[in-house]
Design a protein around this ligand. Structure first.
Ligand code: NI
Length: 256
């Protein structure tokens, strides 16, 4: 069995308090090859970098999430802190960043200001981005079209098959989480089938989005096999071939 790379996890989340080290040890000693741990604000970016420094098998991503950007007054300071963290040898991406229309706070114009500023920073540093797009598909497309040189991944993808195809043309990778195994997954499966094998990634987004039959439970990288199994089925390839492809894609995009 091919060991999988989890391209999006949050092991610094407090839900892992008390079991973090034992769990990470058993995952990396078992079926998980590598983990990219994504920060969402300055504190969780710092704890992501600390996890990456502690474990050979963990890399970090640092960025300000759309839900977290409203709490900072001084953008210049935050961007300079981020820039310093992005210089760490185990930080492989700027993320997660993006737009989230599910909640009205912070307002859309504030989220956009932070998203564009961080896309600009990614362009300057030539580092891949990890994009969070929740109910903001059109606005996220507009943003990535404005920063043509910036490449990366749309994580836990929820857009249409048409959008996936357009992103692939723009050079993006598309990552799928446990949501492909949910009962109401027909739309996301249609999108997954539209993504070529050499642009597909898998992730947990743990502690959230545990795949069926663990939906609603604490998620971890060990459950990614269920997601990969479903994607192999949809792409019509053997499980091991799917795993090798997504791992190779992760290594290429994040220069692991
Ligand atoms: Ni996430």
């Amino acid at each position: 069995m091919t060991r999988l790379i989890d391209t999006h996890a949050h092991y610094n989340d407090e839900k892992f308090d008390g079991l973090r080290d034992e769990l990470i040890g058993s995952l990396l000693g078992g079926g998980t090859e590598l983990i990219i741990n994504a920060g969402t604000n300055l504190d969780t970016c710092r704890s992501s970098v600390a996890l990456a420094a502690k474990y050979d098998g963990i890399y970090a991503a640092c960025g300000i999430h759309p839900e977290d950007c409203g709490k900072y007054g001084d953008m210049e300071f935050v961007l300079s802190e981020l820039k310093a963290m992005l210089g760490h040898p185990k930080v492989v991406a700027l993320g997660e960043i993006g737009l989230d229309n599910h909640w009205e706070d912070p307002p859309a114009d504030v989220q956009k200001k932070w998203f564009y500023a961080q896309l600009s920073l990614a362009s300057e540093l030539e580092i891949p981005v990890i994009i969070h797009d929740r109910e903001a598909h059109g606005a996220c497309m507009d943003a990535v079209k404005e920063f043509k040189g910036v490449k990366g991944v749309f994580h836990s993808f929820s857009g249409s098959a048409e959008m996936a195809k357009e992103l692939v043309k723009l050079g993006f990778y598309i990552s799928f989480s446990g949501t492909v195994t949910f009962k109401n997954a027909s739309r996301v499966l249609e999108s997954a089938s539209a993504v070529p094998l050499d642009r597909l990634l898998v992730e947990t987004d743990c502690p959230y989005l545990a795949p069926h039959p663990f939906r609603g439970k604490l998620n971890h990288s060990g459950y990614m096999t269920y997601t990969a199994q479903k994607l192999a089925e949809i792409k019509g390839v053997p499980y091991d071939e799917l795993c090798c492809a997504v791992n190779e894609n992760a290594r290429r995009l994040f220069r692991l």
